[in-house]
Design a protein around this ligand. Sequence first.
Ligand SMILES: [Zn+2]
Length: 260
Amino acid sequence: MKFTDSHCHLDFDELKQDLPNLLAQCKQLGIHRIVVPSIDPSNWQSVLSLANENNSVTVIAALGIHPWFLTELSEQALDDLANLLAQEHSSICAIGEAGIDVPISEQQSNLTKQLHFFDYQLQLAKQYRLPILVHHRRSHQHILALLKQYQLEKSGIIHGFSGSYQQAVDYLDLGFKLGVGGTISYPRAQKTIETIKRLPLNSLVLETDAPAMPLYGFQGKSNTPLQLIKIFEHLVKIRSESAETIAAQLEINNNDLFAR
Ligand SMILES: [Zn+2]
């Protein structure tokens, strides 16, 4: 069986120290492709150069601005993103990660700026016919409204999906796939587990979000893309199809988004 980690921050310090060794271990486990999202202008070049290196697995670059990291950024960052895409679009396979993370406290809300940055990145995804990797937190309504407006040809992934069945179906109706990660290893995540059990298999992709999002039993430790196999095993327990059927369909789903 072959696997794709559709969301992994390989360029972060925790993972990049011994990257050739880590990627060789991934390959041994059948993890043959890893999508690396960027978070802000400071790591665009490192993500791009990772994807252009001769790695033992296929590394796919996504360029974007994560909603957590836009406080210090001006409009210039969006122009820079557009320029870099224009120059390097043959090496860039997705926009992201981008999205909306609604703060709990209204006082410090930068929601207007987040909406503007997400809207701009959706425009770029549309212009370059790229999928977008979407970060969400307390923001399904905002995100759905914008996705409905843009109707992206290549859709994208709702990264680290958690939510109700109806929210999931709303994304599926727009052609989006849902990123299934370590959340499904947590007994407290019953709502998300029940949702993922009921959804069509052609709507799911796996992700580790390493070094973040450790699985249940690994809390406090740094996550790695090798854990993708454990996430897959949790998914197999939840679903009724065979492991082989699930793995094959997940690969088709990733090819829909990332194969060139
Ligand atoms: Zn991430």
